[in-house]
Design a binder for this molecule. Structure first.
Ligand SMILES: Cc1cc2nc3c(=O)[nH]c(=O)nc-3n(C[C@H](O)[C@H](O)[C@H](O)COP(=O)(O)OP(=O)(O)OC[C@H]3O[C@@H](n4cnc5c(N)ncnc54)[C@H](O)[C@@H]3O)c2cc1C
Length: 417
């Protein structure tokens, strides 16, 4: 196979969430011609709040989207834990809660996806409602057949299609070889605001379960986001496209529970942004094969437990485009450098996720009582700033684990016209 032919120019990116449009933006800036294919009919705007910290904030600034990110900040004041009667048992202000540094921010995933799409739609070809059906890499390029029947040839293909990456399955094989279930499931959806929340998050812990409800600065007054986490040591058998089955699994997991849970579970029936998935990580020895490379969750999902998946998706896009440009479009050198820059930081974050996933739920009422005691005591202890600093330092180490290199050209090329 000849891999040292003319420099790559045309790039097909599968997935228009965070990693895909961010990569398209940078590739266009460097003079490549990106095309993004997304199986959904439009950019998916639903989702949850995601933290952007450390290196990811620097990359937002270089991308030219930081002001817009700030304008869409969730602007949360803090959160509280309640018991089964709805009584507050402890409150934490945002500065202890989020483990954030001053420049860090939090935004709804859907807002970030929309910002990236709006910034790229003029200069990048988007194919919505389509997907790669098959691809053939002959060493000189990749022949792609789309589900729509269209056939095209690209210099490179990037799979930025999430934890259940379709591109990974086509090129690297079955997901089960790469996915590690971390012993819990998460579900999130919009429902009526039953607690009257404004920029506040309410938590309720039960043995092996954690429920949270929040309303961000941008959320409508009538609605809130419901988030359910439950421990499940073994993976549940279901089709990840079968939403009705996932709603039944969620209802079964929380059957018989009190507080607002029965009403919130009933609200799931009407939710059109219902999300349900295993908390899992993706582990691969290599992220590229020939002219195909994986990016974001498709390559190295660190799970919601890490709180860094979006940051890593943005960072990976910046690094992949930068290294391809620095290598003059030589994908062999570019892909190798991308992996070398990203891998240590990814591994550190995946390690954190594996640790935090175990702490998302606790196993007994006694342990919940201990956690509630900590929540009550923490804001009043004279050591609170020290504890907050310690939490922040650990999170910041993860958030800055990938070096934000200077690729130079972004300064001279500026934002796309
Ligand atoms: C509840 C929750 C909370 C989270 N909190 C945080 C946080 O605080 N901080 C953080 O950094 N991260 C967080 N994350 C993780 C973060 O959302 C992901 O890591 C991030 O969205 C990864 O982006 P991505 O673009 O790689 O993949 P995804 O966002 O998964 O996007 C994949 C895209 O590919 C599309 N697609 C799928 N299949 C195909 C196909 N066959 N053809 C074409 N397109 C396809 C999908 O429709 C989707 O648009 C959280 C995740 C969850 C679930």
């Amino acid at each position: 196979m000849n891999t040292t032919s003319r420099p790559a120019r045309t790039v097909l990116i599968s997935g228009a969430s965070i990693a895909g449009p961010a990569l398209a933006l940078w590739l266009h800036r460097y003079g490549f011609a990106p095309t993004v294919v997304e199986k959904a009919p439009a950019v998916r705007t639903g989702g949850y709040k995601v933290d952007l910290r450390g290196g990811a904030i620097e990359i937002c600034a270089r991308t030219g989207i930081l002001d817009e990110v700030r304008a869409h900040s969730t602007d949360m004041d803090g959160g509280s834990y309640v018991d089964s009667e709805g009584r507050t048992v402890g409150e934490l202000p945002a500065e202890i809660f989020g483990g954030r540094d001053e420049q860090d921010d939090e935004i709804m995933r859907g807002d970030l996806a929309r910002i990236l799409y709006e910034r790229t739609r003029e200069n990048v070809e988007y194919l919505f409602g389509d997907s790669i059906a098959s691809l053939h890499d002959d060493g000189e390029g990749v022949d792609v057949v789309f589900e729509s029947g269209t056939r095209r040839r690209f210099d490179l293909v990037v799979g930025a299609d999430g934890m259940h990456s379709h591109t990974r399955r086509l090129v690297f094989g079955d997901e089960r070889r790469y996915k590690r279930h971390l012993g819990a499931y998460i579900s999130i959806f919009t429902g009526p605001d039953r607690l009257g929340l404004t920029r506040w998050e309410t938590y309720h812990a039960r043995p092996h379960k954690l429920i949270s409800v929040y309303s961000t600065a941008g959320e409508s007054a009538a609605t809130a986001k419901n988030c359910f986490v439950f421990a499940a040591p073994a993976e549940l058998a279901y089709d990840h496209r079968d939403i009705a089955a996932q709603k039944r699994l969620l209802a079964d997991a929380f059957a018989g529970d009190d507080w607002e849970i029965p009403r919130m579970i009933a609200d799931a029936a009407d939710a059109d942004d219902f999300f349900f998935d295993s908390i899992a990580t993706i582990h691969m020895d290599r992220w590229s094969k020939g002219r195909v490379v994986l990016l974001g969750d498709a390559a190295h999902c660190t799970s919601p437990a890490s709180g860094q998946g979006t940051g890593l998706a943005l960072t990976g896009a910046y690094v992949l485009a930068g290294e391809l440009a620095a290598a003059g479009g030589d994908h062999v050198a570019g892909f190798a450098a991308y992996e070398e820059v990203m891998r240590p930081g990814v591994e550190l974050n995946r390690g954190f996720a594996e640790k935090f996933a175990k702490e998302m739920t606790v196993s007994s009422r006694r342990k919940i009582a201990m956690r509630m005691f900590m929540v009550r005591v923490l804001p009043r202890t004279p050591f609170k700033n020290l504890i907050a600093k310690k939490i922040r330092e650990e999170i910041q180490r993860a958030a800055n684990a990938v070096p934000v290199k200077e690729y130079g050209a972004y300064e001279t090329l500026g934002t796309p016209a």
